[in-house]
Structures are given as C-alpha cells and as structure tokens.
Design a protein around this ligand. Structure first.
Ligand code: ZN
Length: 419
C-alpha cells in the first residue's frame, strides 16, 4: 500500500503511545532501480519512544495495513536506536549507504549487514510468489534513516488522503480550483499542474489513498495551495520533508566511465542531427570532446514539448546533459546548451552569376560550370538558431519526483522553466 499513508498511520500510533514524533521524511531513492515501488519512496521519522516500543508499533501497522491491502510488495522495517536528543549522529556507514542509494542499486545483504552491525531492529516481509527477495524494503528503510543526516536540502510535500469509502472510485477534484491555486502558489509551489498539457499533475493517476500531493519550498505555501483545492472530503493530510526536486540522483559523469542504472550530468558535443523515430522518441548521438566516445541520448515521447528543444540542436552544439544511463543510452531529463554552432560551411556562390559553385574534385577547390570562375575554399553561412543558451527541462507532466525543476533556481546558466 502507499508507503506515505502507512507512515502517517505509524506517526499517529506513535503519538497515541505518548511519543513525540518529527515530521516524516519522504525520501526518493534512485528512480532507475529494478525492484521498486512506483517512485521508489522510503519513509523515516524520529520519535523519543524506546526502540522496542517503536518497532512493535511499526511492525503491527505494516502487518495489519500494508500487507493486507497489497500482498505483492516486499516491505521492510528498520528501527535505529540513537540518542538524537544528545545530537548522536547517524553512523557514517549509514549516511554513505544513503548517498549511494540515490544513485546506484544496492543489495539487501549489504543493508542487513549494516543494520545488524549496529544491532538495530529490523523486519522484512514476504515478496510473494515469483517476486523479489523478502523484505527488500529494508534497503529503503536504512537509506531513509541515513537521509536524516545525508540530505542537506529538503523540500516539502503536503499530501491529502481520500476517505476509505471513496477509494477505488474516480477522484472528485475541481480542476479549475487546482489550476487557480497552483498559479497563486507558483513558484514557491511547483509541479502542481502542467499548464500546456492541461494536466493536474498533483492528482495521481494510479489507484491508492492519495487525493493530491502539493510540492514546494515551504510547508506553509504547500498547505495554502492544498486548502484552496475544491474536492471530495479528505480523511487526513500530512506534511512531509522530502528530497524531491533536488536532483539527488545525479552526479557528475564522463562518457566512457558511466554505470548502468545511475543518473549523471555529462558534458559533451552533439554528434548527429536529432532524429525522431517510431513512437515519437527523439534521438541524437553525443560525444566526449576529448576521447570521441559516443553514446545515444533520447527524449522519450512522454516528455512531450521537451522534444521540440532537442529537435533544434545541431551537430557541434556543446551541451551538459542530465539523465539516467543505461546500455549506451542517456534518457534525458534536462540539458544545458553551453555553446551553439552559429555558422555552417557551404559551397561558395559564383561572384559572376550568383549560382552555387561545385567541387572541382578532391583538393581542387570550387568552380562555376557556367562562368568558369574558381575559388579555393568553402564559404561560411550564418545559421538561424531558434534555441538559446541555458537549461531546458522536461515538463511537469513528465518530471521524476526527485528531479529538480528549473524554477527552483541554483543553476549555472540561464533557465527556461516549464510551467
Ligand atoms: Zn557563375
């Protein structure tokens, strides 16, 4: 079942048991991993109850709530006994595990080794027949604990949940009120809607208890936008601290040194004209300027108008591309134009008649067939470029949870944000 909802119920029960409970952390791990729930989310929270009490409450909640509704997942629970009131740090090997969990794929064995090494409580549940090994959720659980210290930049999501009686039926939300609230909240609140596609991105398409989730840079502005949305009655709502919108999954990479299933920022040069292939996916070849190693970049059809920017690129343009690398292909999420080719070499024009001159043979220069005029070199022609330098991104309707929208700022070149 929706992990955020289970976490909210856990927090309620910890409070009912007399505990002080922090805002829950909603941590998005590497979106490329093979075994994952949608969005690859893990949840963590801090409480002053004893490890034993907390562990009992979390396990009971997962067993009664999560497993009953969705037997095919592979949930896991980890409880770290740390004295955070005395500012006890999360152990280094855990924060380091978390940093790797944002960018690579980790094993359950390693997670359990670290958890057992600290003598922390943990529990894993059946993955069901033919599914991943039992309790793979412990990888995310441990990574979410490490995120308490490993994540330095937090954003917020305010999630509203449907009443039980409404779940499974179409969501009743007034879309006009969503767009109006999103406009008032922007840019503090982002990825609420896709204005070009006319899509309310904050309302999930899949079944589940979430009515809408409002993301932004401050908890107050997320709550304000949520309050302005006219909808069916909500059961409960909660604000999460998250690493969404931070690009935590990207690290600097170099062509020739990339690992499958990891996210990168890579400098290079466009090496072939962009080509739209079957299904509407747009491809181009991308080369390292020193080694001439070439990979393929692709903007998939669901990235919609992002592909229009890609189609304007020319061979020789210098870019920084961002996305997940897999088997020789980079799946583009955003890119920066660093330098645009402004001229192209063309056959020279005859000074007598104004017609295009033809090659007179290899290293023989160019000649006009009619006038017999000759010239040695190709001419240079100014190109009309319809794209500017700076950052371009996929629209909100295609954004990964963890990807940083350009409107949030902090980029090293001008930005062209999608609203
Ligand atoms: Zn001529």
């Amino acid at each position: 079942m929706c992990t955020t909802y289970v976490a909210v119920r856990v927090a309620d029960r910890l409070r009912a048991a007399g505990g002080v409970v922090s805002l829950p952390r909603l941590v998005r791990l590497n979106p490329a991993v093979e075994y994952k729930t949608r969005g690859n989310a893990a949840l963590a929270m801090e409480t002053d109850l004893t490890s034993e009490t907390a562990f009992g409450i979390v396990c009971d909640t997962v067993e009664t709530l999560a497993l009953a509704e969705e037997p095919r997942t592979s949930p896991g629970v980890v409880v770290a006994g740390l004295d955070r009131n005395s500012s006890e740090k999360i152990p280094d090997n855990v924060t380091e595990f978390t940093r790797r969990a944002f960018r690579t794929q980790l094993t359950l064995d390693e997670a359990i080794g670290i958890i057992d090494g600290h003598s922390w409580h943990h529990a894993g549940y059946s993955g069901g027949e033919g599914r991943s090994p039992t309790g793979r959720g412990r990888i995310g659980g441990l990574a979410a604990i490490g995120a308490l210290d490993a994540v330095t930049e937090w954003t917020y999501e305010h999630i509203s949940y449907r009443q039980t009686s409404h779940r499974g039926t179409p969501r009743q939300v007034d879309t006009d009120s969503v767009f109006a609230a999103a406009d008032r909240g922007y840019p503090q609140v982002w990825d609420t809607v896709d204005r070009v596609e006319g899509e309310a991105v904050c309302i999930p398409a899949a079944p589940g208890p979430i009515l809408h989730g409002i993301r932004g840079d401050s908890p107050e502005s997320c709550r304000t936008v949520a309050r302005q949305i006219v909808s069916e009655p909500i059961e409960r709502a909660a604000t999460f601290l998250t690493n969404q919108g931070t690009d935590a999954h990207l690290s600097r990479g170099r062509l020739g040194q990339l690992t499958d299933g990891a996210g990168y920022r890579i400098d290079g040069i466009v090496d072939s004209p962009p080509e739209t292939r079957q299904g509407g996916h747009v491809f181009f070849e991308f080369a390292d300027t020193d080694t001439e190693i070439v990979v393929e970049c692709v903007a998939f059809e669901p990235t919609k108008r992002f592909r229009d920017h890609i189609r304007l690129l020319r061979r020789g343009d210098r870019l920084t591309v961002c996305g997940e690398y897999d088997s020789g292909t980079i799946k583009l999420e955003k890119f920066a134009v660093r330098h645009l080719v402004q001229t192209e070499r063309v056959n020279p024009t005859c000074p007598e008649c104004g017609r295009s001159m033809a090659s007179a043979g290899r290293n023989q220069g160019y000649r006009c067939r009619d006038c017999d005029t000759e010239t040695e070199r190709k001419a240079s022609r100014q190109l009309r470029r319809d794209i500017d330098e700076g950052w371009y991104e996929v629209p909100p309707c295609a954004r990964r949870h963890i990807a940083n929208p350009l409107v949030r700022g902090g980029f090293d070149a001008p930005v062209h944000p999608e609203k």
